[in-house]
Design a protein around this ligand. Sequence first.
Ligand code: UDX
Length: 472
Amino acid sequence: MTDHTTVHAPRISVIGTGYLGATHAAAMAEMGFDVVGVDTDPAKVEALSHGDVPFFEPGLPELLQRHVETGRLRFTTDLADAVAVSDVHFICVGTPQQTTSFAANLSYVEEATRSVAAALTHDGLIVGKSTVPVGTAARLRSLIVPALPEQVHAELVWNPEFLREGKAVDDTLHPDRIVFGGASAEAEALLRAVYALPIAAGTPVVACDLPTAELVKVSANAFLATKISFINAISEICEAADADVEQIAEALGYDARIGRQFLNAGLGFGGGCLPKDIRALMHRSAELGAFSAASLLQQVDEINMGQRQRVIDTTLDALGGSVLNRRIAVLGAAFKPHTDDVRDSPALNVAAALHLRGAQVVVYDPEAGTTAKRVYPTLGYAEDVETAVRGTDAVLVLTEWPEFAEADPAALARLTRGAQVIDGRNCLPAEEWEEAGWTVSRLGHARFSAPQPERVLRSVGTASRGRLLVDA
Ligand code: UDX
């Protein structure tokens, strides 16, 4: 790579304007840079150009509008134009799970990277941010070589993103750490200039090689997923042994080595990242012959998917073994609160499964009603909690929106036929609800019925070695 040191501040292009790209572009503008966001979807570009965010992300519309107005941030479908006026090019396109396997679909990343390389009019730094299987970046490096115009040099580095939906703006402006993978001294200096503000505020930088940077990201997500499945496995023991998983999580959390976060037992993880990322890592680990990692991740996935079945089983138990023609309110459709994202939403999966068994299901979510309706148009939808709950035999709380925990249980109980609530996220003040006349079922608590022996066998079986020999 030739000299990146520009007399002006580095100008930035961001390729892909989904959650990651739109937030990154707005955050870069907030940090003082001129930014062009690129997307192939003209409708998305049009919306973002007017400062409209096509998804729910707290704080993002304000940030975006501010910088669209200052002129520091613009959006285009013209990748060549964006690349020509920029020095640093962030690749932020999606890496969804393939439809026919657990592997990640890398076609968007490959296409975006190759297109940026081919469109370069002067030397540039290509920075991958998308979550990719280890080994991808090295392959992309060889892909860009034939695409580069003559006399133009480019370096490709990896700089993974760790933003959470619902907290994306804050996570991008104030990251916990910044990882630079495979950067030469020159590229690292340029990246340090781009991230000067968070670095000055004390954010640690980890400079490492390409595969390490790729693996940091998926390892972080795999660890979070494992932590959730761990507490959910413990919650299964709690139910059988009459113990309380929430108190266990609290006591564990006081140990600084463990920490309290991501120890909320319940319906388990969903969303656009954790499930697909652990599956892609499982697939890649097996490809690389790292079978212990693959088997651990498979168990994490199985425990997580099993939580959905446990909530379905609890609902069946609560309603005497059948949900046929019973009216059920599902409170929550998003995969977690403070988002309208329903990708791999455990809440909607459970709602659809109960519907399939003949229940009349009415879903209410403060933000995700519209997105949910698109995916599951055959479910019923309500505009508020009261309407959803009216005349129901059971209420399921499946996303922990504060609105549900803050609801008046006595008023809601009067609207129902059965005052049965299944708290799939352990988020309700259970005692208050019980005092108001509700029968409350929670995962990981004694009230829950103990599993049958065959369920014990099934749930401890590891996929790689078949069932463990457990004396149940
Ligand atoms: C995740 C990572 O947190 C983020 O760092 C990465 O960049 C992208 O993937 P996100 O998908 O936004 O972010 O969701 P996250 O907040 O991690 O929650 C994932 C799922 O785990 C949600 O369905 C949530 O309800 C569930 N969860 C979380 C639990 O079931 N229990 C917990 O204790 C915590």
